[in-house]
Design a protein around this ligand. Structure first.
Ligand SMILES: C[S@@+](CC[C@H](N)C(=O)[O-])C[C@H]1O[C@@H](n2cnc3c(N)ncnc32)[C@H](O)[C@@H]1O
Length: 283
């Protein structure tokens, strides 16, 4: 009955460990296949343009931060914030390798951004808002950092029913961990999956002209085995749920997850539906 990863390695929450960071980094190319166009749409909805100063909240390894940095160009700047230092270190390294000098990283809890009011031309957050406790406080903080008339856009997962690739593994791990409700609570992966809830969260912080766009896509992997590696890479929540399980118990859970996902395998590939929402609002 041993957990994985030492206490120090856990700095920065669920995504803070070396293992979680490596998994998120490893899965970047596969994620980009589906999220690159939606990320550009998020940047459009946030009004990101040349010369802008952009805030990226819970930026992780920075895929969307780099997209924003490219869009604002050398006369603009992007600040990537996240609670997990190791995730941000990957973002900083990726920016350096891409020759982007207009990207800065800062370790910050989204609930306590502590940034200068009215100093950003746009704010974005990808795949994170639903995970943030004290979300109202985070939204109010983001609102405060924006200049009047400027926009915030956030991409989140839709409901569990619309995201079986994520929901099935989480449901199985939660049940085996004896906490079947935990993966579906708030905060949690699907907490903002209903467009009405996402819109209400924006309005609650004071944003106006709030819109929510729904994108239904198919995620494709060459095989079930590659899809399974992706699940392991993108869901550190499962390791956390199974923290007290033995190695044998863990292996058993992963076998059950593979069995459940087999339904999306066909003769040529693995294909599973996914849905995302992009909420946007103006200060
Ligand atoms: C699913 S990852 C998404 C990362 C990145 N935005 C992307 O789309 O590739 C969620 C990120 O939210 C961050 N996060 C979770 N809770 C946070 C909080 N309270 N404050 C700041 N970041 C947080 C995690 O550390 C992680 O990097």
């Amino acid at each position: 009955m041993t957990g994985k990863g030492g206490v120090e390695d856990q700095a920065g929450g669920t995504y803070g460990s070396s293992e979680a960071t490596a998994g998120w980094q490893r899965s970047g190319a596969a994620r980009a296949q589906i999220l690159a166009p939606l990320t550009e749409r998020m940047l459009d909805l946030a009004g990101v343009g040349v010369g802008h100063r952009v805030l990226d909240v819970a930026a992780g390894t920075g895929e969307q931060t780099l997209a924003a940095a490219r869009r604002v160009g050398p006369t603009g700047a992007v600040l990537a914030t996240d609670i997990a230092p190791k995730m941000l270190a990957v973002a900083a390294e990726a920016a350096a390798q891409a020759g982007l000098r207009n990207l800065e990283t800062r370790v910050r809890d989204a609930c306590d951004l502590d940034l200068e009011p009215e100093s950003f031309d746009a704010a974005i957050s990808r795949l994170a808002l639903m995970l943030i406790p004290e979300r109202a406080r985070a939204l109010t903080g983001i609102y405060r950092t924006l200049k009047p008339g400027k926009k915030f856009a956030a991409l989140v997962l839709a409901t569990a029913d619309e995201c079986p690739f994520i929901a099935l593994p989480m449901r199985i791990a939660g049940r085996r961990a004896g906490t079947p409700e935990a993966p579906f609570g708030d905060p949690g992966m699907f907490a903002l999956g209903d467009p009405a809830i996402l819109a209400a969260v924006f309005r609650g912080a004071g944003f106006r002209e709030v819109t929510v766009e729904v994108s239904r896509v198919q995620r494709r992997f060459p095989s079930l085995a590659i899809a399974m590696q992706n699940v392991r890479d993108v869901l550190p929540e499962i390791s956390q749920l199974l923290m007290h399980a033995t190695d044998d118990e863990r292996a058993d859970v992963w076998a059950e997850i593979e069995g459940a996902l087999r339904q999306f395998e066909n003769a040529n590939e693995f294909m599973v539906p996914m849905s995302y929402l992009i909420g946007a609002g103006t200060k």
